[in-house]
Design a protein around this ligand. Structure first.
Ligand code: 5GP
Length: 188
């Protein structure tokens, strides 16, 4: 078995519990670290440069982008966000690296780093999410429908992912991911 570390991408619709899964994976596995993205947005209260994000100026982001410095990037609310290529490659020398990004980002990473392991986190029931949103009654039907469309869009790409894990029980999902990583490491 080789000691090569793997780049693991976790994707899935918002609210599916990716963040909690990533946190638990890191707490339970000393050989797993979380990548830190670059962003051009300003830090919020309590956020630290190099912890939540690398906060950089737009001009720096653009020149890094032109230098092929990102494994993927996207724009949200007028700010750029990207996965820094060199940071990830350096981290991979030490540990397995987790990226928590949307499906488009995940597929882009796979193009740039073909051995990346793409894992889709799926909710146990999409209908249940819709019912919960409707019951909560905090959003208009229009907003609920657009969120549901986004969920369908993300999950619609799951066949392009290497694995799908259902987050029914948190610990079972985490164990499943640990086993996937273990079996993948034994192949390389
Ligand atoms: P926030 O500003 O609230 O931290 O993040 C806004 C959005 O940017 C979230 O949907 C988050 O998932 C996304 N995001 C954060 N980092 C990255 C990244 O490296 N790449 C991409 N494509 N999206 C990111």
């Amino acid at each position: 078995m080789s000691n090569r570390n793997v780049l693991v991408v976790l994707s899935g619709p918002s609210g599916v519990g990716k963040g909690t899964i990533a946190k638990l994976l890191i707490e339970r596995n000393r050989n797993v670290s979380l990548s830190i993205s670059c962003t051009t947005r300003k830090p919020r209260d309590g956020e630290l440069n190099g912890r939540e994000y690398f906060f950089i100026e737009k001009s720096e982001f653009i020149s890094k982008l032109e230098d092929n410095g990102f494994l993927e990037y996207s724009e949200h609310f007028d700010n750029y966000y990207g996965t820094p290529r060199q940071f990830v490659l350096d981290s991979l020398k030490e540990k397995d690296v987790l990226l928590e990004i949307d499906v488009n980002g995940g597929l882009e990473v796979k193009k740039n780093y073909p051995t990346a392991l793409l894992i889709m986190i799926e909710p146990p029931s999409v209908e249940e999410i819709r019912n919960r949103l409707i019951k909560r009654n905090t959003e208009s039907m229009e907003k609920i429908n657009s969120r549901m469309q986004r969920i369908d869009y993300e999950l619609g790409k799951k066949d392009l992912y290497d694995y799908t894990v259902v987050n029914d029980d948190l610990f079972t999902a985490v164990e499943e991911i640990e086993n996937i990583i273990k079996s993948e490491k034994s192949k390389i």
